[in-house]
Ligand binder design. Structure first.
Ligand code: PSU
Ligand code: MN
Length: 308
């Protein structure tokens, strides 16, 4: 019998075939395309990321909601819609049933993408930086829904840590409390998104994609609550944003957000956009370098996972 999820989610033919054959598939999110990157660069990047997955021998599954339908894998035309359509919504997991009922279209965040990928049977997902606990969280309680979804979803997320606009130590603490496994890929410190390192130590370090796949098998063998695995993969030092420039422009960005009263879903795109302008595009290059590296590593993990 088909589960409800099978009839609600719509995988592309290519993704459905790959999943049926046990071939490697890598999920990609769409919020980074629609809300995280400036046009027209965003469409080029969306295509480029899919190309990186294909070049590695895996199938890309960019996830988004189109006219109320959660789509797992997009055509070229659909990818273009995500990159160019104005007024496209930013959908977290909780927004999915509403979008479905109202036949709305939107890009999916890490929380919605992880949820949909896991439902569709895609185990590995690459993004830039996760959402997390915002600075000033003691005041406004702003903590990304990404963390809660990862605490109850069996997915492996390859990322360059969490966005540096966040309170990184508080985010790592939440991940510990919620039981989300975190491993550094060839690093013993948590990456800093635009920066190679956030300076925060992490407990575990792996050296190969095979080790990541082994951890995933360990998760399944142990059973229990279905939690995520975060593979934290730093942007190379020679491609990171200059740390002094980062710190200076981020301080300005946070002050501007405060002054303009930017809150809720709008704050992450606001801060990322401010950094792009304030660093004359240098933050964008570092962001893209991080995402490319994550997509490449996720593809290798997917290959290793499919072989096992
Ligand atoms: N990583 C990027 N750029 C982005 C995001 C991640 O390099 O734009 C997006 C992700 O979709 C993530 C979201 O889930 O930002 C977090 O938003 P919020 O803080 O509102 O939960
Ligand atoms: Mn938020």
């Amino acid at each position: 019998m088909r589960s409800t999820a099978d009839t609600v989610l719509q995988p592309s033919d290519e993704v459905a075939e790959a999943l049926a054959a046990g071939a490697p598939v890598v999920a990609l999110e769409s919020t980074i395309i629609s809300h995280g990157l400036p046009q027209p660069r965003n469409l080029e990047v969306a295509r480029e990321l899919e190309g990186i997955v294909r070049a590695a021998g895996a199938v890309p599954a960019t996830i988004a909601v189109l006219d109320g339908v959660p789509r797992i894998g997009l055509s070229e035309v659909e990818l273009e819609r995500i990159a160019t359509e104005s007024g496209l919504r930013k959908l977290g997991q909780r927004d999915l049933p509403v979008a479905a009922a109202l036949k709305a279209s939107g890009a999916t965040t890490v929380s919605a993408t992880s949820f949909l990928a896991a439902r569709a049977g895609v185990r590995i997902f690459a993004t830039g930086g996760l959402g997390g606990v915002h600075r000033g969280w003691t005041e406004d309680q702003d903590e990304s829904a990404d963390l809660d979804t990862l605490a109850r979803t069996r997915i492996t997320v390859v990322c360059a840590g969490v966005k540096s606009i966040l309170d990184v130590p508080a985010t790592l603490q939440r991940l510990e409390t919620r039981g989300v496994s975190v491993v550094g890929y060839r690093t013993a410190t948590f990456p800093g998104f635009y920066l190679n390192s956030s300076g925060q130590p992490i407990d575990w370090r792996i050296e190969t994609p095979e080790e990541a796949a082994a951890v995933m098998r360990g998760q399944d063998a142990l059973g229990g609550q279905e939690t995520a695995l975060i593979v934290a993969n730093p942007v190379p030092v020679d491609q990171q944003l200059d740390p002094a420039l980062h710190d200076r422009v981020l301080a300005e960005a946070l002050a501007a957000a405060e002054r303009e009263g930017v809150k809720g879903q709008a704050i992450t795109p606001f801060l990322l956009g401010y950094l792009v302008d304030g660093t004359a595009g240098a933050s964008l290059e570092a962001n893209l370098a991080a995402v490319r590296g994550n997509v490449a590593l996720a593809s290798q993990i997917a290959l290793s996972w499919a072989r096992a």
